[in-house]
Design a protein around this ligand. Sequence first.
Ligand SMILES: [Zn+2]
Length: 260
Amino acid sequence: MSLQSTAANNGQYEQLIDELSHLHMYTIGRALTNAIVIANGKVSGQHARLIQCTPDSFIFEDLDSKNGSFVNGIRITRKVVDKQDTLRLADSEFTVSQLIALLDSEPAKPATSGLPAEVVSNTFSKPEQNPLDFTRSFADLKQVYEQYPKLRRDCRNREKMIRTGSVIVSSIVSVSAVLSTGGAALPLLHIMSGAGLSVLIPTLCSTLLSTDEKLELIDKEYRERYRCPNPTCRDPFGTREWELLAQQKTCRRCQAIWVH
Ligand SMILES: [Zn+2]
């Protein structure tokens, strides 16, 4: 069944990607109107903001603050950061995780949208039997390896990215099922994060990020994902071809079974 063959479907995909490409943005500052409020006289009213790109990656941007914004001790205007990076606003220091936790302590919003059950069951991995059997998660890495050069190529052009994103998204979930959630991007991101590099699609379609930032995020996600799936090993595969690894069948380092 070809899902992307008709003009009507193409329109649906573009609508889907447009809805997904609204990234969550959190302003940080002393003023009570910010998403994250820091009660410190040296912090500017509107000091900085965090743009959530994936569940673990953010853009941290200074908003012309008086006393500056810093990442791991270095003053920045705008930088890609991880949850464990240390951010300093004037003389107030937090990890990204701590700042995000300040958001979560606000009145709780519904955590998940009503995604259809079949979408969820199709995308979550089932428990694996033999503790060294990682065949299912290894098979998922084929998509990571194959999508990486496509995403790198197409992220330079938003229109092309929307088409690539449409094909990738349609291979994972039915578009009508996704549209029925009203484009609630973040819960969907978590569900898509198991499938290839699809977690990056909203970021790559977004107009809030530069091409260089998008390339940095693609490389970062690829490096973090394209590894031995055994959580106690996580040996990075780098640029090694997935097909060659599949022929090798097991991890030489941890003996994980990749292919039976
Ligand atoms: Zn291994």
